[in-house]
Design a protein around this ligand. Sequence first.
Ligand SMILES: O=C(CO)[C@H](O)[C@H](O)COP(=O)(O)O
Ligand SMILES: [Fe+2]
Length: 228
Amino acid sequence: MAEYRIAPSILSADFARLGEEVRNVSEAGASLIHFDVMDNHYVPNLTIGPMVCEAIRPHTTLPIDVHLMVKPVDRIIPDFAKAGANIITFHPEASDHIDRSLGLIREHGCQSGLVFNPATSLDYLDYVLDKVDMVLLMSVNPGFGGQSFIPEMLEKARQARARLDKYKDKTGRHIHLEIDGGVKVDNIGQIAAAGVDTFVAGSAIFGHPDYRAIIAAMHAEIDRHVAG
Ligand SMILES: O=C(CO)[C@H](O)[C@H](O)COP(=O)(O)O
Ligand SMILES: [Fe+2]
């Protein structure tokens, strides 16, 4: 049975109370802390870096899932590993040497992942799956929280899951499939049924007054759509 994980994106947290926000979602049933890094170059927004990752590290025992929306990729990887990141994902278009970037993440003791924009082909997975621990599908164009889920990404999720299942049949290794953008209680069940096991949600969680209740509602919807 797949393990389903909810990853609150702190992009939508109250930055003035970030440590407390991280503690609160961690105690409310989150599985990962999703950390969005934007550089105002690869994406048109500017957020947080390794210093903030280091600052939140003592506030949670959950894995910190760093989503790099930066170009270039490689020189920032060691800094995030030192700052306590557990998972580091990047966009293939932002790296000149995808295989090298994936290897670098693992060499620094983190799990590695590739992120696919809505129009980016899954063919980037060819030849590198052995070096990938998680595939992240963007279900919005990256750069901002609070956007609407792009429905075509359900079919892309099914295709990604089929590739990862085929790989698992061959190797026995499970690669996580994460989705990011516009995930809400009313669509999470359908997304799970398409094969996703890890769900980033920013505005849906931090915009809700009760983090425990909204995370529980998400899990209940997943259970309702996916037979255990
Ligand atoms: O990577 C991101 C945007 O580039 C964020 O993780 C994502 O948008 C989460 O926000 P929301 O759940 O509000 O859509
Ligand atoms: Fe993200």
